[in-house]
Design a protein around this ligand. Structure first.
Ligand SMILES: O=C(O)C1=C[C@@H](OP(=O)(O)O)[C@@H](O)[C@H](O)C1
Ligand SMILES: C=C(OP(=O)(O)O)C(=O)O
Length: 419
């Protein structure tokens, strides 16, 4: 069983943004509780290559911003590693800066679609070259001289939205973005605190260009996506009770809490507070023997997109048929997460069916052990390390290293909580 309490590691989405917005602000910025995961370190390395002074001291990062147009032409190719957030958001910033740069990433990044970002940036007047009409890396950007855009987003994606918002800061007129469905809004919240002129009215976002962003100190709350593995581990492992402290509870991220409630899971939110414009609280999670199935689709999907692999595992332990639909986006994450989840859970004896845009899971099932193919996807590795807590035989991951992308110290944390 899992027992105890711990302070949650910093949020990945917020950590990326804090580095990026600090780098293009004017002056000194302190970022506290920064996530020292591989993805966020890739963001730091890209901005260092563009002349930004960034110092890491423990869990704090100090950034000396060089102003909105103060980035220097990179002295090397910008390598984003495994990070979709880094490449997509940085493209919005590079589009506004008058130099040329080239972006590359690892094998997984080279398969992830970029046209969703390069198309609107081209519409704004940016010249971009890349494989298959700038859909895949390597991508070359020639920035500067942007015009505004009036854009209806074809996908519900915070990364695409953020790239366009960032480019809009540099344009010669205002821009309007219409979201398809509400995605995480950390960019809007944080950029406003840096002095950007952004107005949000439900799905409509209006951005006026600015001359400068102010410097800011940013406190990074804990990452609910990282917490979700411990949440599910606690809900499904007999006798467990865990207190997770300092969890970011921004409404655009808490879809998993709504799902757990619908499934009869026992979670109490305590000590809710606002820190740096974001809602934060502590979660008291208890073993829940009477879980029931649910349906997950439509507008909730962007609010839990990264949690679907671990929710699928939860569904194997719930009575009835859980249906997950409208989640095609899972196919273009670090791995095809519909296929990697379904194939691996099948191997463990789950009753699960793959759909074009999701999956159907029939519970409750006893799971057996086996060898898991992670495809070096951190969310898949963490999901199946939780499955190991309830499986009959041992589960072996073909790669554990990838967990460092978003949750360094995760395996040690689990072994500390295991009683
Ligand atoms: O903006 C962000 O920080 C993120 C947005 C999501 O991607 P999409 O917005 O492309 O779905 C999510 O999957 C990713 O882990 C982080
Ligand atoms: C999809 C993810 O990240 P990214 O898109 O930044 O690679 C994730 O962390 O699950």
């Amino acid at each position: 069983m899992l027992k105890g309490s711990f302070e949650l590691i910093g949020d990945k989405s917020i950590s990326h943004r804090a580095i990026m917005f600090s780098s293009i602000s004017k002056g000194y910025n302190k970022i506290s509780n920064f996530l020292m995961g591989q993805d966020c370190l890739s963001t730091i390395s890209c901005f260092r290559k563009m002349g930004i002074d960034i110092d890491i001291k423990g869990k704090d990062v100090f950034v000396k911003g060089n102003g909105l147009r103060g980035l220097k032409k990179p002295n090397e190719i910008l390598d984003v590693g495994n990070s979709g957030t880094t490449i997509r958001l940085i493209m919005g910033i590079l589009a506004g800066n008058e130099f040329e740069s080239t972006l590359i990433g690892d094998e997984s990044i080279s398969k992830r679609p970029m046209k969703r970002v390069t198309d609107p940036l081209r519409t704004m007047g940016c010249k971009i070259e890349g494989k298959e009409d700038a859909n895949y890396t390597p991508i070359k950007i020639y920035g500067g001289n942007l015009r505004g855009i009036d854009y209806k987003m074809p996908v519900a994606s915070a990364q695409v939205k953020s790239a366009i918002i960032l480019a809009s800061l540099y344009a010669n007129e205002n821009s309007i973005i219409y979201e398809k469905s509400k995605s995480r809004n950390h960019t809007e919240i944080m950029l406003k605190s840096f002095g950007a002129d952004i107005n949000v009215n439900d799905l409509k976002i209006n951005i006026n260009p600015v001359d400068e962003l102010y410097n800011q100190d940013v406190y990074v709350p804990g990452d609910i996506s990282s917490a979700s593995f411990i949440i599910v581990g606690t809900l499904i492992t007999k006798g467990s009770e865990v207190l997770i402290k300092n969890v970011g509870l921004n409404k655009t991220r808490t879809g998993i809490l709504d799902v757990v409630e619908a499934m009869n899971g026992n979670i109490e939110i305590i000590n809710q507070r606002i820190v740096g414009g974001e809602i934060v609280g502590d979660l008291l999670v208890r073993y829940s023997p009477n879980l029931i199935a649910t349906t997950i689709n439509k507008d909730i999907i962007p609010r839990l997109i990264d949690e679907i692999p671990i929710i699928a595992l939860l569904a194997t332990q719930a009575e009835g048929t859980t249906i997950i639909k409208d989640a095609k986006e899972l196919k273009v994450k670090e791995s095809n997460r519909i296929k990697t989840v379904v194939d691996n859970l099948k191997l463990m004896g789950a009753d699960i069916e793959e759909l074009e845009d999701g999956m159907i899971i029939k519970g409750k099932n006893k799971l057996k052990g086996g060898k898991i193919k992670t495809f070096k996807d951190h969310r898949i590795a963490m999901t199946f390390s939780i499955a190991n807590l309830i499986s009959d035989g041992d589960i072996k991951l073909d790669n554990e290293e990838c967990i460092n992308v978003s949750f360094p110290g995760y395996l040690e944390l689990i072994s500390n909580l295991l009683k």
